[in-house]
Design a binder for this molecule. Structure first.
Ligand SMILES: Nc1ncnc2c1ncn2[C@@H]1O[C@H](COP(=O)(O)OP(=O)(O)O)[C@@H](O)[C@H]1O
Ligand SMILES: Nc1ccn([C@H]2C[C@H](O)[C@@H](COP(=O)(O)OP(=O)(O)O)O2)c(=O)n1
Length: 228
């Protein structure tokens, strides 16, 4: 179509922890004037609520029974992404080691995924200019008709070094082990595991700077828009 640039564009960016999904997605969305959604933050938010309300994380039935209770709201401006649970700003609390260690168990529960997937689809549908959505199952399950699907990878060493740089003073070796453990849990769950969609473009970011990854994705979006 001639005026393809005016069409909303949906970009799905998936991959394991520390591959650069959040940084890349935010920058691409800001550069192209699109909305941005961090779906990991939504799973972290529901996990924070479960922990705060004393729900037994080892009991999927207990988690499923209350999965519909918390109201999770995501602000999708890439310059100021926000996340609230029942009106409380949880941007800080959802990044604690406790939530990080429990999020894989909570996000494996099908009722939790159904609830969060519905929120994600409705945010994507209402993004007027389009949206960059990042997570683990966006290209495979949440938005299988996305205009562009990217799957980011990087070596476990690079990912651990990036993450421990963020968590000031964190030991690289234990960060690496925790990442590998979470990847294994996220990739092996029955419902909507971490996986590359068949039609996703895989980008190995191990040897790339963040700026190079952003440029690569912006170029790919431009190519998709040109043929839309
Ligand atoms: N290509 C890259 N090279 C070096 N550091 C990077 C690169 N991409 C991201 N980072 C840094 O790695 C850390 C994790 O990135 P993030 O975007 O949060 O990854 P993810 O969302 O996949 O977990 C951040 O501190 C980010 O600045
Ligand atoms: N689409 C998604 C996004 C995240 N999750 C789950 C699994 C992940 O380990 C957690 C946290 O995701 P998040 O993107 O915040 O994790 P990192 O920033 O990579 O450490 O949420 C998911 O199951 N599906």
């Amino acid at each position: 179509m001639e005026n393809g640039a005016a069409q909303p564009v949906i970009v799905a960016i998936d991959g394991p922890s520390g591959t650069g999904k959040s940084s890349t997605s935010k920058a691409v969305a800001a550069q192209l004037g699109l909305s941005y959604l961090d779906t990991g933050a939504q799973y972290r938010a529901i996990t924070w609520w479960m922990v705060s309300n004393g729900i037994d994380i080892d009991d999927p039935t207990a988690i499923a029974a209350v999965a519909g209770k918390p109201e999770i709201v995501s602000g999708t401006d890439p310059a100021d992404p926000t996340i609230t649970v029942d009106g409380t700003d949880v941007a800080g609390p959802i990044r604690t080691p406790e939530v990080t260690s429990k999020v894989s168990a909570v996000s494996a529960v099908p009722e939790v995924r159904a609830r969060i997937t519905e929120l994600q689809r409705s945010l994507a549908a209402s993004a007027e200019r389009g949206i960059v959505v990042e997570g683990r199952d966006i290209g495979t399950t949440v938005l299988p008709d996305a205009d562009l699907k990217i799957f980011l990878t990087a070596s476990a060493e690079a990912r651990a070094a990036r993450r421990s740089g963020e968590l000031k003073g964190a030991d690289v070796q234990s960060t690496r082990e925790a990442l590998i453990k979470r990847d294994a849990a996220d990739s092996s769950r029955k419902t909507s595991p971490l996986a590359k969609a068949d039609d996703a473009v895989e980008v190995d970011t191990t040897e790339l700077t963040l700026a190079q990854v952003i440029e690569c994705v912006v170029t790919l979006v431009g190519e998709k828009r040109a043929v839309k």
